[in-house]
Design a protein around this ligand. Sequence first.
Ligand code: PLP
Length: 488
Amino acid sequence: LETKEFRRQGHMVIDLLADYFENIENYPVRSQVKPGYLLESLPDSAPMQPESFETILKDVHRDIIPGLTHWQSPNFFAYFAASGSTASFVGDMLMNGFNVVGFNWESSPAATELEIVVMEWLLKLLQLPKSFSFTSDSGGGVLHGTTCEAFVCTLLAAKEKILDQIGRDNAEKLVVYCSDQTHFSFQKSVKIVGINPKNIRHVLTSKSTNFQLTPHSLDEMIKRDVEVGLVPMYLCATVGTTSTTAVDPLGPLCEVASAYNMWVHVDAAYAGSACICPEFRHFLDGVEGASSFSFNAHKWLLTNLSCCCLWVKDKFALTKPLATNPEYVKNKATDSGHVVDYKDWQISLTRRFQALKLWMVLRSYGVTGLREVIRKHVKMAKDFEELVTLDKRFEVIVPRYFSLVCFRVCPYVIGKHYDSELEANEFNKKLLESVNAMGCVYMTHSVVGGVYFIRFAVGATLTEDRHVKKAWELVKDQATSMLAGYAN
Ligand code: PLP
């Protein structure tokens, strides 16, 4: 760590990134390289001798940037955005510079205590129930990297808790529930914690209920399992599903689950951030009946990757299976029982000082500033939705709740052949591919109820009205020329 060189290199990297953000619109949003491009151009072993920083940065420009899909581009409307900010970036710089390993309180008291502070701030901001707070008897919050980790840890907590009650021989009987819209990372997490994959129930959803998980269908499914001697263990409910941002009705679902003594986790990975605005908070109504709740600050709360905020009502259920106390980490603070040792709240022992970046974001924007960003994104999505609705060739296929618009060219516009739905799916797929191939914007798709549609997700920090309008013009013009070709 030679400080003179550190300053020099640091300035060069900040300059590179500042130039990158200033010119980001000049890059094709979706990377245009072919598979293997980097593997072919880089040497197959590490350099024997040190190379100059200038040479390395030159290669970042030449080799790395072309292979990036530009998630920070204002023309990025794909998946859910990874909204970053300079506030979070500088927080990350501090974290990297200090490079502390805050596995327990003693290993870096500030890392643990700042994490408790930001989790309590966020809890208040989201109006989560007091039972999730450190100020209650057994609640508390922790930062994980991803929702998948939050799933794994809460599944393990639920599994151990129930096996303590019914006996370890019954592990094969445990059943977990979610909907056919639940994110695939849930299925992966269930496998990781050793639940029999045959015991994952995907409750079917439908267009008539806007792809919500309905309490009645859940109850029916649980009853069937109980009748054959299986044990319902865990329900994953979602606020803002990945395909269409459907919102599962938390209150009624928690009521069903509580009748069977199940753990309920609420996954609000994307939409959770919106709930800091009073007008969106009602989407979390009923969360007080849940056992745990998580959202990804790295999706829509201006926090750079990765940062999943998880709260639990029963921290002892979480720490019991995850706690480790080898001789080499023993210390007085832990023995006192008055500190939080976050290593016992997560998968790994080692952990980063993630709270710094969230603290920076919360302080630099303030609640008002963060709400403004969310509202601006929702307003832009609403404007896009209006443009789609005004063009009778298009339809919005599900209600828009947040900043995602799900739309397609209607089958009747295309459907002069015998199966217009299939035809519409093919047409919309080609439309999306041709729009993305231009490189000016990037959107992605999904399929629900057999319908292929385009997802227009607003959420990149740099997006302005003009980018949304331009994106619509591109889609509309491309559809017009494709339909003209179709007619001939
Ligand atoms: N849940 C929902 C609703 C999501 O949209 C996503 C990702 O988009 C996830 C979970 C997965 O999150 P992670 O990648 O943090 O595990």
